[in-house]
Design a protein around this ligand. Structure first.
Ligand code: GLN
Length: 479
């Protein structure tokens, strides 16, 4: 299949072609590999491409489909995984030198579920080291470039997944979102991205960053593909005690796309100081479209929004400093064994293996958790987190969902923010609130600004994913 034709197909269209036997999974896998070979020199979305594995999985899908045993709508569809989602015997580096050469002995639950659905995993995508960052510039293996403008970042930390989808390498890729890492790349690359409700998707085998915040989510070019991807990975998992029990609703495309009776809140704090005027205007035009589809629009307030970023940048590093203690040069990856004793080995391995942003987070987190500072920083941040969550509880008593920008700006240029950590953190000011509250957020392309994508963020109450998909689908059809 020709590469441009492959790149233009959604996963849903591919599944229809597979069902009618117009193409085979092997043809799709070959097209994916060819597309990656052609485009990845300029984009660098992938850290590892597993060509042999992809062709083997595709061949198995060929045989299943020949026997009439198609497993799901993802059977035979090429997908990619962020390189912090464990894949058995396949590299999982987290974009870090400290995990160079590490081959996990097991699959993450998400990986296992994708295999069970028949998806063809073609490789692992680039990320900021240990998912800490907003641009992929903190990957130890070089940044990913934004397919829409290669002089700009794709967003982070799941920038490789965003770029892989936007450049037509795969129709669906998975990322992780601790403070915005699925939604920011979706916004910057002009694709759809979902951060599911905390507990909707298993984190077993996702390399932990901030365990009370982390969630795996899909990126895709259409709302329907994003929903199909969520259906494949969601649900209770005995290996992750934070996963929610109960059935996972499947998303059905409504025949009717009106939104009459739906109440949409527009939180004024998300349009305040620092929000680029072009971005705000683009989002307001999307909100106007929602209104024209029949929804009523309400001005609402989430008064603690302004404190959320500060609280997040205490809680996330605190959890990271504990989670990253396991990289000691003994169990995984890089090891500096030339030293005098055990402690020299541990400290030299960590100093050589972690990049500067990860070291900064470990230091901030350790400081915030240390005796004497614990109450002043960590406990206080947790109190702020409760207030942020309570704001959402209150507002969802009077509206069904919220519509906001995803980021104050469009994709920025390389190097613009790397020298000032705070300016990088500010890219997350509109996304971290949801992780603090555990709520789902779906980003869909809005109008462009200066030919660069802008993402509309739809925020729902816990387990509100079906509603988010319905509203986003209606908007997509209108476009
Ligand atoms: N940019 C945020 C951080 O660095 C969020 C990252 C993420 O969601 N993984 O912590």
């Amino acid at each position: 299949m020709n590469s441009d034709r492959y790149a233009a197909l959604s996963a849903t269209e591919m599944a229809d072609l597979l069902a009618s036997r117009a193409i085979t999974p092997t043809e799709l896998a070959e097209a994916a590999l060819a597309r990656i070979a052609e485009t990845d020199g300029a984009i660098h979305a992938f850290l590892h491409v597993d060509a042999d594995g992809a062709l083997r999985q595709a061949h198995e899908a060929d045989e299943r489909i020949d026997r009439g045993e198609c497993r799901s709508r993802l059977d035979g569809i090429p997908v990619a995984l962020k390189d912090n989602i464990s894949t058995r015997d396949q590299p999982t580096t987290c974009g870090s030198r400290i995990l160079e050469g590490y081959l996990p002995p097991y699959d993450a639950t998400v990986t296992r579920r994708l295999h069970a659905a028949g998806a063809v995993i073609v490789g692992k995508t680039n990320l900021d080291e240990f998912a800490m960052g907003s641009s992929t510039e903190f990957s130890a293996f070089g940044p990913t470039r934004n397919p829409r403008d290669v002089s700009r970042v794709p967003g982070g930390s799941s920038g490789g997944s965003g770029a892989a989808v936007a450049s037509g390498q795969v129709p669906i890729a998975f990322g992780s979102d601790t403070g915005g890492s699925v939604r920011l790349p979706a916004s910057f690359c002009g694709v759809v991205g979902l951060k599911p409700t905390y507990g909707r998707v298993s984190r077993y085998g996702l390399v932990a960053y901030g365990s009370s915040l982390d969630q795996i989510g899909p990126l895709a070019r259409t709302v329907e593909d994003c929903a199909t991807a969520l259906t494949a990975i969601a649900g209770h998992d005995p290996h992750d005690a934070t996963t929610l029990p109960g059935p996972v609703p499947t998303f059905e495309r409504a025949s009717e796309s009106r939104l009459d009776g739906l109440r949409i809140g527009v939180p004024r704090e998300y349009f305040g100081e620092g929000i680029d005027a072009g971005v705000a205007a683009s989002i307001e035009r999307s909100i106007d479209r929602l209104h024209r589809l029949g929804a009523s629009i309400h001005d609402v307030s989430l008064p603690h929004t302004r404190y959320a970023l500060a609280a997040y940048y205490v809680i996330a590093p605190a959890e990271a400093s504990a989670n990253l203690a396991r990289y000691d040069g003994v169990k995984y990856g890089l090891s500096q064994r030339g030293g005098r004793d055990l402690w020299t080995m541990v400290s030299e391995s960590r100093a050589a293996g972690f990049g500067p942003e990860v070291l900064r987070r470990i230091m901030i987190g350790t400081y915030a958790l240390s005796s004497g500072y614990y109450d002043a920083y960590y406990v206080k941040a947790q109190k702020v987190r409760s207030l942020v969550r309570a704001d959402f509880d209150t507002v969802f008593e009077s509206v069904d969902l919220l519509a906001t920008p995803t980021c104050p700006t469009v994709a920025f240029r390389f190097g613009e923010r790397t020298s000032d950590p705070y300016s990088m953190y500010l890219a997350d000011v509109l996304t971290v609130t949801l992780n603090c509250a555990g709520l789902p957020g779906l980003v869909v392309p809005a109008d462009e600004v200066d030919r660069l994508p802008v993402g509309l963020q739809l925020i729902g109450p816990a387990l509100g994913e079906p509603l988010l998909f319905r509203v986003a689908d209606a908007l997509e059809r209108m476009a």
